[in-house]
Write a protein that binds this ligand. Sequence first.
Ligand code: DUC
Ligand code: ZN
Ligand code: ZN
Length: 485
Amino acid sequence: MAEFDLVIRGGTVANTSDVFAADIGIAGGTIVALGRDLGPARNEIDASGRFVLPGGVDTHCHIEEPPVGDVHNADSFASATASAAAGGTTTVIPFCTQLKGGTVTANLRDYHRRAEQALIDYSFHMIISDPSEAVLAELPGLIEEGHRSLKIFLTYDNVALDDAQTLKVLALARRCGALVCVHAENHAAIAFLTEALERAGLTQPKYHAWAKPIAVEREACHRIISLAELVDTPVHIFHVSGVEPAEEIRRAQQRGLKVFAETCPQYLMLTERDLDKPGFEGAKFLCSPAPRSAADQEALWGYLRDGTLSVFSSDHAPNRFDDVHGKKVAGEGAPFAVVPNGVPGLETRLPILFSEGVVKGRIDLQTFVALSATNPARLFGLHPRKGTIAIGADADIAIWDPERKVRIRNADLHHQVDYTVYEDVEVTGWPEITLSRGEVVCWNGEIVGKPGFGRFLARDPYSQIEPLGRFVTPFDPVSGTLLRG
Ligand code: DUC
Ligand code: ZN
Ligand code: ZN
């Protein structure tokens, strides 16, 4: 009888720690052997000349969220996870939304039901937009079930929390062992700037960047870091767009705080000028925070290299362009303030990081693996099951052709969005085969995985979410304990 279900032979394996030549033996969906000339298997994949990498872990992507007004998510769990797998990603963490006035539990049950169509494994963040007493009472049980991250917004009318509400969520996260992820922009400042721009008749997409200059992000980063420090709980800051917020984060990390942060492809690839495309085209590129300058782009690579930004996510936002349920919900030429935010990117996240980063010499292969898989898996309590090629880990693997040249075309992508902001961008390197728990999900661009194969990943407590035990006064406001007289 064959020892292995599958052996991947002759490839170059890369982890965050090492790059080495090895065969990978897989049985029962997990990696059971790493070595040379592994014995017989029922199936074999020849990976010579290929990189064999941990499947990507995308810890920030919007999938099948409930409609907000008339805006609908174009992707279902099936289409989004097919697209993710085609781009070398094998785990996603999307968002279960609590809308103001609502509770979390019913939405979570509904979201679990929708996610049953996923082709790859998944976990959830819980968006908290209204931390009422009832919601704060239901969260401990839901966190205990393994929904171990919360997401809060400091802006957007229907979801923004004020400082008092933010502190309540941070304190609860510390009590229950959960990580708070933050969309950090100053809501009142954006409203003030937007109104002023509207009064002056400046409403085309390019003015989105004027309504959300980097100062609104810098301020909110500083604020969330300070509030988290007051209650001694870690925070993770989403979609850092440039130097000023990154400097706030770096300063906090240098002071020893558990402040984690990510950036996304759009902040490496787009600038404010993309919002100024002719006609309404700029709306395609409209995301928040807004794309910044070429100098910010280059600086972000430095923060990715030095670990200030330890996660690279897509912030996949599946709003169609030519559609009244997407960017054109308020009509072609609508003011920027009513255009849905975000760009799609589940499938292009890793090819862009590989091509712009590894191939162009900005990061090495190990850093690529760290940013795309290992660090997000560790930060969200999924490691070592996910994010590494190691004995005992799930056989979530992307086999990359590092030399394949691809001209990105939306027609070739697997999402349900009708555009990509990377149309015609040429990349070198593409994942050829993607495996989830030892099963092929995507083979040379063809999706062979099945909806329903993906499993929910419940997350136990883990070290990144432990508090430091360090307070700004001799009093712990969460436990109510006097630490010294
Ligand atoms: N910004 C968000 O806050 N969410 C979705 C996408 C985006 O650009
Ligand atoms: Zn956001
Ligand atoms: Zn987002």
